[in-house]
Design a protein around this ligand. Structure first.
Ligand code: RIB
Length: 297
């Protein structure tokens, strides 16, 4: 099984602040760093670190070549990434001392993807391969349609949430991985069990993986529902925690792990990730996750 991540690559500009700014407030920051990022890039690294054979497809400008190089160093096949005349996407990320963040996203080349490019990417994959997408690029609905038609296992992390996500055809999605606010917005419910029920009915045969931050995660395919607690750690920066979880949970499920094993494994990976600043660079290796689990029985 090959895994294709069709998604965003961003330059993350991270500003450390004493608190997140109020409306109209000017703040001087305590630190500034540039990191590799983008939900697509982060999830590619997570899948690769968890042991999958990963290809990433997406677009960058010439200012983002270091993003591609980072993926190569992480064992991800980058031959499908297109370099365009646009600026690469970037994120302005503000982080407070508790590790909470807020972000501004400039989509850049991520939003210039065309159906022709999607078709050329899909030629390299066949039935049974995994495709994982987020919502930071253009052509996501087109790719869901075409990948499903070809028999790929379709996974969607509907992030960041946009109103259009209320209307897309979820029956073509095999795995929907999303957080509390995304789940509530898409389902129109606020109670977690009801959110999961509504999402399962939208998916048909697929499964929902609903992440609740410090309160753990829920897996449900409509027949079996499993809940797993989160590991308690001191969070320094939660950026990319969801991406870490997504890669690890999907690779575990695709490799036949039970839903409860997959949730535990992914929770351990994201618990390790939040203890360091940054996104992709904080995603642990398989060995680190196994050691963490052995130490936290
Ligand atoms: O999920 C975290 C990511 O969201 C960051 O790396 C940033 O680039 C945005 O895409």
């Amino acid at each position: 099984m090959k895994a294709l991540v069709f998604g965003s690559l961003n330059i993350d500009k991270v500003y450390s602040l004493n608190h997140l700014p109020e409306k109209g407030e000017t703040l001087s920051c305590a630190g500034y760093e540039i990191h590799v990022g983008g939900k697509g890039l982060n999830q590619s690294v997570s899948l690769s670190n968890s042991g999958a054979d990963v290809y990433m497809a997406g677009q960058i400008g010439s200012d983002g070549i270091f993003l591609k190089e980072y993926l190569e160093k992480s064992g991800v096949n980058t031959s499908l990434i297109k370099i365009t005349d646009d600026f690469s996407g970037h994120a302005v990320i503000e982080v407070d001392p508790d590790g909470q963040n807020q972000m501004i996203l400039f989509p850049g080349a991520n939003r210039e993807i065309t159906p022709d490019y999607c078709d050329s990417v899909l030629e390299n994959f066949s039935a049974g391969d995994l495709i994982l997408m987020q919502y930071e690029t253009s052509q996501v609905e087109y790719m869901i349609e075409k990948a499903h038609e070809k028999g790929l296992v379709v996974a969607l992390n509907p992030s960041p949430y946009v109103d259009k996500l209320k209307e897309i055809d979820y029956s073509k999605i095999d795995y929907l991985i999303l957080n509390e606010s995304e789940g509530q917005s898409i389902s129109g419910e606020t109670d977690n069990d009801k959110v999961v029920k509504v999402l399962c009915s939208k998916l048909g045969n697929g499964a929902v993986i609903f992440t609740l931050g410090g309160s753990g995660a829920i897996f449900s395919d409509g027949k079996e529902t499993v809940k797993a607690p989160a590991f308690m750690v001191n969070a320094v920066d939660t950026t990319g925690a969801g991406d870490t979880f997504t890669g690890y949970v999907l690779n575990s499920l695709m490799n036949g792990k039970s839903p409860s094993q997959a949730l535990r494994f992914a929770s351990a990976a994201s618990a390790i990730a939040v203890t360091k600043p940054g996104a992709a660079e904080t995603i642990p290796t398989l060995e680190q996750v196994n050691k963490f689990l052995a130490d936290n029985k």
